[in-house]
Design a protein around this ligand. Sequence first.
Ligand SMILES: C[S@@+](CC[C@H](N)C(=O)[O-])C[C@H]1O[C@@H](n2cnc3c(N)ncnc32)[C@H](O)[C@@H]1O
Length: 370
Amino acid sequence: MADDGDRHRQSRLFTDDDGDFDADRAREESLPVEDGEVIDTDDLADHQRYVEGRGIYDERNRVNDLTGKEWKYATKSVIAESYPPAVQHELRSEHGGQKPPRLCAELIGRFSKAGDTVLDPFAGVGGTLLGASFCEHEGTGRRDAIGFERTERWIEIYRAVLEAENEERRARGEPPLAEQEMRHGDCAELIDDVPGNSVDLLLTDVPYWHMDELEQTRNERETRESKLGSFDGAVDADGTGTDADDADSGPASGEEGGERQTKDEWLAEMGEQFDRFTDAVAPDGHVVVFIGDMYREQSYEFLSADLARAIESNAPLTLAANLIWYDPSKDLHVYGYPFSFVPSMVHQNVLVFRLEDDAADEQASRSSPV
Ligand SMILES: C[S@@+](CC[C@H](N)C(=O)[O-])C[C@H]1O[C@@H](n2cnc3c(N)ncnc32)[C@H](O)[C@@H]1O
């Protein structure tokens, strides 16, 4: 316990050379918590500011606009939240892999600041873009977002969603969501037009690995005993079957010419794509990627781990966290009962990367005036 009266009920972490409680160090270095456990709010350091109702904000925060209390909550590695079928859910559901815009807004709030730029190179029907717009009204301020999408239909849906949502918002007397910039085309080309270091957060949901007969046939040819076996009965993080067939209506690269990708080809492509994207990311920026694991014929496909390794080994990015989005409202699917344990997938992974130190230094030197 602290020896500074009742004011600093601080742990023994902040001690001076004699092992006594060091109140100055605690104030300077500790995570400020509003409820008095750490510091007296009347006694803030120069870099601290009390935000009414939210806690203490540290002006040195380069990651987000969260107060210490909010930051602490935001470091939880599990986001246990079911998002209601809102924001024109029915319209967006034509795309089977869409993400809840408010979940995207939540992640944008953790990894960017008001006025920052967010890029989604695989934008689909715009979960990220809508999330960035929500931040203006339900967060600390709007982020500008750019989306790349190669399937025109998904872009049309994004625009239709925005129009319908804004009509409803106007009727409720709420301000409209801002339209974000959706660019049509292949992200591998569109990324060339994004200036270096201009993206503070890359938030995306990668095109799914199209599990199909190609790999099955190839493997069966190699060995009948192949663990990869049949793709029938694949279960993704929705627990509703794979998103592979409904997530992307456009052909996946590698799919042209009638053949879809093997898992290794998909991983190699993703590694190359993220390497391409990284130049655009600012030195303090983050790259955040949704990816669901899958279960298939007696075998758990640890796609999140595979993808994390593929990205780390191809792009100058370091994995900082694997957050779990757990959706408590997901139906349970009992596939193996009573003979075999098959997980009911009610979670998705959210991989969080930051630039490797060398890459961050190089990008920082590129952006500093000569
Ligand atoms: C999993 S979905 C993203 C869904 C999105 N998070 C949403 O909320 O709608 C991946 C998207 O990437 C698109 N895509 C795949 N390869 C692409 C490429 N090379 N360039 C641009 N878009 C691509 C697909 O058409 C698909 O809509």
